[in-house]
Design a protein around this ligand. Structure first.
Ligand code: SF4
Ligand code: F3S
Length: 106
Protein backbone atom coordinates (compact mmCIF):
# COMPACT_ATOMS: atom_id res chain seq x y z
CA UNK A 1 0.00 0.00 0.00
CA UNK A 2 0.91 3.66 -0.24
CA UNK A 3 0.88 6.01 2.72
CA UNK A 4 0.18 9.73 3.12
CA UNK A 5 2.70 11.30 5.50
CA UNK A 6 3.18 14.48 7.50
CA UNK A 7 3.70 17.03 4.78
CA UNK A 8 0.08 16.65 3.65
CA UNK A 9 -1.05 18.21 6.93
CA UNK A 10 -2.53 21.69 6.51
CA UNK A 11 -1.83 21.57 2.74
CA UNK A 12 -4.29 18.96 1.43
CA UNK A 13 -3.67 19.78 -2.22
CA UNK A 14 -5.88 16.79 -3.27
CA UNK A 15 -4.21 16.34 -6.67
CA UNK A 16 -3.64 12.76 -5.58
CA UNK A 17 -7.34 12.00 -5.56
CA UNK A 18 -7.90 12.67 -9.24
CA UNK A 19 -5.48 9.99 -10.44
CA UNK A 20 -6.40 7.18 -8.06
CA UNK A 21 -8.09 4.44 -10.11
CA UNK A 22 -9.75 2.83 -7.10
CA UNK A 23 -10.88 5.88 -5.09
CA UNK A 24 -9.09 4.81 -1.95
CA UNK A 25 -8.44 8.26 -0.47
CA UNK A 26 -10.36 9.43 2.57
CA UNK A 27 -10.60 13.02 3.76
CA UNK A 28 -10.18 14.57 7.17
CA UNK A 29 -10.21 18.27 8.12
CA UNK A 30 -6.58 18.94 7.12
CA UNK A 31 -5.15 15.63 5.92
CA UNK A 32 -5.91 12.85 3.47
CA UNK A 33 -5.27 9.17 4.09
CA UNK A 34 -5.09 6.08 1.89
CA UNK A 35 -7.16 3.01 2.66
CA UNK A 36 -4.57 0.22 2.76
CA UNK A 37 -7.22 -2.39 1.99
CA UNK A 38 -8.13 -0.66 -1.28
CA UNK A 39 -4.83 0.70 -2.64
CA UNK A 40 -3.58 -1.37 -5.60
CA UNK A 41 -0.05 0.08 -5.58
CA UNK A 42 -0.43 1.75 -8.97
CA UNK A 43 2.03 4.52 -7.84
CA UNK A 44 0.20 7.25 -9.79
CA UNK A 45 -0.54 9.47 -6.80
CA UNK A 46 3.11 9.82 -5.77
CA UNK A 47 4.12 12.17 -8.57
CA UNK A 48 0.90 14.17 -8.34
CA UNK A 49 1.40 15.37 -4.78
CA UNK A 50 2.92 18.90 -4.73
CA UNK A 51 3.95 18.25 -1.13
CA UNK A 52 5.69 14.94 -1.95
CA UNK A 53 3.83 13.44 0.98
CA UNK A 54 3.05 9.99 -0.45
CA UNK A 55 5.39 7.02 -0.07
CA UNK A 56 5.24 3.30 -0.66
CA UNK A 57 4.83 1.64 2.72
CA UNK A 58 8.33 0.18 2.53
CA UNK A 59 9.81 3.61 1.81
CA UNK A 60 8.11 5.61 4.54
CA UNK A 61 10.89 7.58 6.30
CA UNK A 62 11.94 6.35 9.72
CA UNK A 63 10.48 9.38 11.49
CA UNK A 64 7.12 8.95 9.72
CA UNK A 65 6.39 5.34 10.57
CA UNK A 66 3.35 6.20 12.66
CA UNK A 67 1.57 7.36 9.50
CA UNK A 68 1.22 3.76 8.34
CA UNK A 69 -1.13 3.05 11.24
CA UNK A 70 -2.72 6.51 11.06
CA UNK A 71 -3.72 5.99 7.39
CA UNK A 72 -5.27 2.63 8.27
CA UNK A 73 -7.16 4.10 11.20
CA UNK A 74 -8.47 7.17 9.38
CA UNK A 75 -9.58 4.96 6.48
CA UNK A 76 -12.09 3.40 8.85
CA UNK A 77 -13.66 6.66 9.97
CA UNK A 78 -13.25 9.39 7.35
CA UNK A 79 -15.37 9.70 4.19
CA UNK A 80 -14.01 8.76 0.79
CA UNK A 81 -12.98 11.67 -1.44
CA UNK A 82 -13.20 11.06 -5.19
CA UNK A 83 -12.62 14.46 -6.79
CA UNK A 84 -9.95 17.11 -6.48
CA UNK A 85 -10.95 20.24 -4.62
CA UNK A 86 -9.41 23.54 -3.57
CA UNK A 87 -6.30 23.10 -1.42
CA UNK A 88 -6.38 24.58 2.08
CA UNK A 89 -5.84 28.36 2.05
CA UNK A 90 -2.36 28.17 3.57
CA UNK A 91 -1.27 25.15 1.54
CA UNK A 92 1.62 26.86 -0.23
CA UNK A 93 2.91 28.46 2.94
CA UNK A 94 2.69 25.21 4.89
CA UNK A 95 4.31 23.02 2.22
CA UNK A 96 7.58 21.76 3.66
CA UNK A 97 7.16 23.23 7.13
CA UNK A 98 8.62 20.69 9.59
CA UNK A 99 6.88 19.43 12.71
CA UNK A 100 3.29 19.59 11.48
CA UNK A 101 2.24 16.42 13.30
CA UNK A 102 0.66 18.34 16.19
CA UNK A 103 -1.55 20.25 13.73
CA UNK A 104 -3.26 17.08 12.48
CA UNK A 105 -6.98 17.26 13.16
CA UNK A 106 -8.73 13.91 13.50
FE1 SF4 B 1 -4.56 5.13 -5.39
FE2 SF4 B 1 -2.56 4.15 -6.82
FE3 SF4 B 1 -2.05 5.95 -4.95
FE4 SF4 B 1 -2.79 3.51 -4.24
S1 SF4 B 1 -0.89 4.05 -5.29
S2 SF4 B 1 -3.56 5.42 -3.39
S3 SF4 B 1 -4.20 2.96 -5.88
S4 SF4 B 1 -3.26 6.30 -6.82
FE1 F3S C 1 -2.12 15.59 0.62
FE2 F3S C 1 -0.52 15.58 -1.44
FE3 F3S C 1 -2.86 14.53 -1.70
S1 F3S C 1 -0.77 17.24 0.02
S2 F3S C 1 -4.10 15.74 -0.33
S3 F3S C 1 -1.27 13.80 -0.34
S4 F3S C 1 -1.83 15.78 -3.20
Amino acid sequence: TYVVTENCIQCKFTDCVDVCPVDCFVEGPNFLAINPDECIDCTLCVAECPAEAIFAEDDVPADQQEYIALNARFAQVWPVITARKEALPDAEAMNGVPGKRNLLVE
